[in-house]
Design a protein around this ligand. Sequence first.
Ligand code: PLP
Length: 381
Amino acid sequence: MIEVANRLHTVEEYYFSKKLREVNLLIASGKPIINLGIGSPDLQPPQKVIEALTNGLLSPNAHKYQSYQGLPELREAMAVFYKTHFSVNLSANTEILPLMGSKEGIMHISMAYLNEGDGVLIPNPGYPTYQSVTKLVGAKPVLYELDASNNWLPDLKALEQTDLSQVKLMWINYPHMPTGAQATETLFEDLVAFAKRHNILIVNDNPYSFILNDTPKSILSVKGAKDVCLELNSLSKTFNMAGWRVGMLVGNSDQINHVLKVKSNMDSGMFYGIQKGAIEALKCSKMWFSTLNSVYQKRRDLVWQLADALKCTYDKNATGLFVWAKLPGNVKAEEFIDIILKENHVFITPGTIFGSQGEGYIRFSLCASTEVLEEAIARVK
Ligand SMILES: Cc1ncc(COP(=O)(O)O)c(C=O)c1O
């Protein structure tokens, strides 16, 4: 028996990877499961994106290795996207690194910046990958608690009362998943000042800015942010391209180069046709976002009805691809979702997979049609 590396003992298989096996077994046994768990967009990308990919296949360059930094016109399209939607100026040559989804960026950034034992501030609740990647690189997760009473924003004053001397990096994610909380006007400014005071690299993971949100924000719009902040963005949710795997890292050229040093040793470029499709997506007008959001709005109304039927409460001002709902009384999230899965054949994510602060909460995905959501409501009623 060949022993695995010690680092493998620090993490568990991703919750959805495990739970979806169970859900798939139920489906295979004939149960009519409605999956409101994972946030994988079911809507189509823009048609011109699919055409660009298809045309790209015919290019004589399509099948070669591609540049480690992506096509210059892809970086240019990303720069224009940031300028148009976030009013952030980026050099297409030096301040943008296209990624195969933003998830891989979490590993690359961690490999580029973290030594064994370094502290990493991680939101609780938060996207589980921040914590598992931190552990895989041998760094130390330092969880910071978010809660509804503070609208799921970090309490920087309280954090400053703790020992931050070992902390090197802080993950933030606004609009926040799973809660849908938005950063306030001043939060990003406060975070940049905090990062400078404590010499911490802040990375804002920003894949949900355009979903049910009229005011997309980038931390890089704050003056001086490029000195201490990076930002990840993604085409997965914004353009319904989760399976294409396209994201980006933006920040100052030194930081981009550090991450490129890791990434260029990991892969050999993004498929040409995918880059051509991504360029078209990034050029979409505001019309794309309003059409997309009108679909999500209708779905969210139904998910609110579903949450009402389950006697949950929720914040109608929250944004993003999910509805984050508080269970009644002291009901435990995992017990609750197992009952609903067994009795109503509806799969919902328990808040606890995002950390202990998710206890008592569940997360509904908006990636299901209105017909499916109506069926879910009928079942739980
Ligand atoms: C908070 C957060 N960050 C990053 C990702 C990864 O997205 P991508 O598809 O760009 O890798 C997700 C995906 O669910 C997410 O919820």
